[in-house]
Design a protein. Structure first.
Ligand code: GLN
Length: 547
């Protein structure tokens, strides 16, 4: 840790879903625009060791880092706003802290001591906060959940201790709250914020800055009142009014003085940040020249946070092509319930079809149907992970004469065109798995290389013949079927360097049909849109011109 690394702790109060993660990411971007090196981290109070085994419709997307950690989706915001790649050491949960503490206890590392929340659990949390730093100027630590939750107490205690140990000149506490608008009174109410700050003060933390989410502007005297009742300088009461799109968040928070207050807290006189890049992105997003509609055919469509990065990556592709991207969320099971004539209307006017990552048999046949439609009707198709596996099954069954083609994920089968991966190489090491392994943390996770065939659409899109992308899957297209699939028009244009694992497939006879075993959406950023999404939206734009 650099001697002058400063820590900003971000807590939330009143209600959840206030956009604490986005706010932290935006603050990171603003400090970066002032020339500082930043790092963002998330401390999650729930008991799962990581979110890898949680249902996407409960917890939202699992964001995978380069080094293979399955993390909270807020880490996606951090990367998209700062471009700093997150790591295993940037997300921790109560479950992980306790399993580490208990493993140490079993080893006898505590030399006979009685293990307690304070100091053993809080020490483990503090160690996480200070661990694996690299001369950062700022480390922003977001505490998940809401102040007052039983689970967050050890985390609040740990950051309180850190505040005491390193002092105000190196620690700053930001509390994010809500100012609800009561229509009958025509007023924004400050009381919930006051209560939330009291709750925080009761565990010994005095916030230095309040970030108040609101749908309406706040009169100056109300701001002064919040400051007075919450023991915060009125200037440090920052209004976070709702904005039209997330790319305006850094601009709006800067306008309201958030980054200025953080710098003032630490006595830093840095230059005014250059936000022209964010201005351009927000402007381009708000002023598209046209629009396209993309159908996402998935299973977790009831909660759009399950596909957070995907939605963002499509927006980035839209910004790059100057079009607004409308998403039509379709539950794949509709294609199983209706026959091929009646389901057509769901897909009739879309300019692109995307089948995202997914797990399990339920809904898989509907995905195969949607892919068949895309192939036969020349609709641009992007398949991601499960969306590639299902595209391969569609070709195998429909064109390669393998009607029994299936994935062993759905049970034993005669033609395992997609099968369980039991062995693969990760750098110089061989990774092995069996069907009897635990579910948590045992997939093929993180960044793996892919060799791209010259002259393919993929190589044109990437402008490269070697890429590294992030993975999260247990099954793999079976290379033994390569010839049959290629003879049926599905080319394997990307392979692992040892030639054993298909990474990209495409159809040269189709206007735009690309499917990938990895998750390109995890690497897309508004200022660096992912080439596959740029290409997909460009093809969709072309298609929408033709209809
Ligand atoms: N269920 C598939 C597998 O485990 C695909 C996973 C995914 O789409 N992320 O291989």
């Amino acid at each position: 840790m650099a001697a002058l690394t400063r820590f900003v702790f971000i807590t939330g109060g009143v209600v959840s879903s206030l956009g604490k993660g986005l706010g932290s990411a935006a603050l990171g971007a603003l400090l970066q625009a002032r020339g500082y090196k930043v790092r963002l981290r998330k401390l999650d109070p729930y008991l799962n060791v990581d979110p890898g085994t949680m249902s996407p419709t409960q917890h939202g997307e699992v964001f995978v880092t380069d080094d293979g950690a399955e993390t909270d989706l807020d880490l996606g915001h951090y990367e998209r706003f700062t471009g700093v790649h997150t790591r295993q050491t940037d997300n921790v949960t109560t479950g992980r802290i306790y399993s580490d503490v208990l493993a140490k206890e079993r080893r006898g590392d505590y030399l006979g001591a009685t293990i307690q929340v304070i100091p053993h659990v809080t020490d483990a949390i503090k160690k996480f906060v200070f661990n694996d730093l690299n001369d950062e100027d700022f480390v922003l630590c977001e505490i998940g959940g809401t102040v007052g939750d039983i689970e967050s107490l050890p985390f609040l205690e740990a950051i309180r201790q850190i505040g005491n140990e390193i002092g105000k000149q190196r620690a700053c506490f930001i509390h994010v709250t809500l100012l609800p608008y009561i229509a009958a009174a025509g007023e924004l109410k400050t009381k919930p914020t006051q209560h939330s700050v009291k709750e925080l003060q009761s565990v010994g933390i005095q916030p230095d800055i309040l970030l108040c989410r609101t749908e309406h502007p706040l009169p100056a005297e109300q701001r002064a009142k919040i400051g007075l009742f919450c023991n915060v300088r009125p200037d440090a009461v920052i209004l976070a009014e709702d904005v039209r799109n997330i790319y305006e968040v850094p601009l709006a928070y800067h306008e309201q003085g958030l980054d200025g207050q953080v710098c003032a807290h630490f006595g830093l006189k840095s230059k005014i940040p250059d936000l022209s890049c964010w201005r351009d992105i927000a402007h381009n997003f708000a002023h598209p020249e046209g629009e396209v509609t993309i159908a996402i055919v998935g299973k977790y469509t009831s909660l759009q946070d399950s596909y957070k990065s995907l939605g963002e990556a499509l927006s980035h592709g839209g910004i790059a092509n100057k079009v607004k991207v409308n998403i039509k969320w379709l539950d794949s099971e509709v294609f199983e319930q209706e026959d091929s004539q009646t389901y057509l209307h769901h897909l009739e006017n879309v300019s692109g079809i995307l089948v995202p990552g997914g797990f399990g048999k339920r809904g898989s046949e509907g995905k195969v149907e949607a892919i068949r439609f895309a192939r036969e009707q020349n609709v641009p198709y992007l398949g991601i992970c499960f969306g590639m596996q299902m595209a391969v099954l569609e070709t195998a069954r429909g064109l390669a004469g393998i009607p029994q083609a299936s994935s062993t994920e759905f049970g034993p089968c005669d033609e395992p065109v997609v099968g369980l991966m039991t062995e693969w190489s990760a750098g110089n090491q061989v990774q092995t798995r069996s069907g009897a392994d635990d579910l948590g943390g045992t997939m093929r996770l993180g960044v793996y290389p892919c060799q791209i065939a010259k002259g393919s659409l993929a190589s044109k899109l990437y402008g490269a013949d070697f890429v590294e992308e992030r993975h999260r899957h247990r099954y793999e297209v079976n290379i033994a079927y390569q010839d049959k699939l290629e003879n049926a028009g599905l080319k394997m244009s990307g392979l692992s360097p040892d030639g054993l694992l298909p990474e990209i497939v495409e159809r040269p006879d189709h206007p735009w049909f690309v499917a990938v075993q990895f998750h390109p959406e995890l690497k897309s950023k508004p200022f660096e849109p992912h080439p596959l999404f740029v290409g997909f939206i460009s093809a969709a734009r072309e298609k929408s011109r033709l209809v």
